[in-house]
Design a protein around this ligand. Structure first.
Ligand SMILES: C[S@@+](CC[C@H](N)C(=O)[O-])C[C@H]1O[C@@H](n2cnc3c(N)ncnc32)[C@H](O)[C@@H]1O
Length: 269
């Protein structure tokens, strides 16, 4: 694993440390985490299909949750993250069960990519952008390292959704708690504030970074089907049955725009 010294300030440090201290990788070891990974992989499939590109960068790869899924879709893979610990976990998994294609792991920041201009064919970035203190800079960096015609695939959270609004209501409470905990000299064990975006705002950000948006949709990706699949009886009466019906409705335009996720494919012209 090569290590590139980058410093994007205290906030970026704290945000990256959060993922280490909360054991993000452990959340995906159980069957629910596995289910969410499958659901998100299916969203990636919708955005990028099975086309194989020469070099694919998984930006903010964390513990390498998608590297194995991405391997058939690239001749060479790179995973980059700001957490050395999560990269170590990714490296361990790759050493145990190597991929069929070469895969490099890089320590670095999305806001200051340690990569040459026009060197990457495709970037995937799942659940990362909303956590970056300077999203515009990260998007400009993604555009810089993409080859002309290269694609950026984003999966991230949507502010304009029930999930986003519940979270927005919790933000001031969390901020007050965070301040209180820091007064006692300790570091809060919950997330730094993140900036969720809406479909329209994200489109403007992408265009300002010089990218051409090819596809931008909302998606619900609710885990309801998971609970359904755990039941032996296929018929789901009552509240959950209604919720499943709503979920199906929500996967059609224009309702999908209100889903908790935003799925984006954009291209460097
Ligand atoms: C929610 S996790 C998503 C990880 C992975 N993409 C996944 O879906 O499993 C957010 C990731 O972003 C990484 N991260 C945070 N700040 C970063 C930065 N400035 N540059 C690169 N990665 C960063 C964290 O270390 C963490 O691995």
């Amino acid at each position: 694993m090569s290590k590139t010294a980058t410093d994007n300030g205290l906030l970026a440090e704290r945000k990256a440390r959060f993922w280490e201290t909360t054991g993000y990788d452990r959340a995906f070891r159980g069957s629910f985490g596995g289910y969410m990974t499958d659901v998100e992989a299916a969203a990636l499939e919708r955005l990028m299909g099975q086309e194989r590109v020469p070099l694919l960068l998984d930006l903010g790869c964390g513990h390498g949750r998608f590297l194995r899924w991405l391997a058939p879709r690239a001749a060479r893979l790179l995973g980059l993250d700001r957490s050395a610990r999560l990269l170590q976990i990714a490296a361990g998994a790759l050493a145990e069960a190597p991929l069929a294609v070469p895969c490099g792991l890089l320590f670095g920041s999305a806001q200051e990519l340690p990569l040459a201009d026009a060197s990457v064919d495709r970037i995937t970035c799942v659940r990362v952008l909303q956590h970056l203190p300077d999203q515009d800079r990260a998007l400009a960096e993604a555009c810089r390292v993409l080859k002309p015609g290269g694609t950026l695939i984003l999966v991230q959270y949507n502010w304009v959704s029930p999930h986003g609004m519940i979270r927005a209501a919790k933000l001031p409470v969390k901020a007050a708690l965070r301040r209180l905990i820091r007064l006692t000299g300790r570091e809060p064990a919950f997330d730094e504030p993140t900036r969720w975006t809406s479909a329209g705002a994200l489109r403007r950000q992408l265009e300002a970074a010089g990218l051409t948006v090819e596809r931008l949709t909302g998606a619900w990706l609710f885990p309801l089907q998971y609970f359904r699949s755990r039941r032996s009886n296929d018929a789901w009466p009552g509240f959950l049955g209604i919720a499943l019906g709503l979920e199906k409705l929500a996967d059609t335009a224009p309702f999908s725009r209100l889903g908790g996720y935003l799925l984006v494919r954009c291209r460097r012209p």
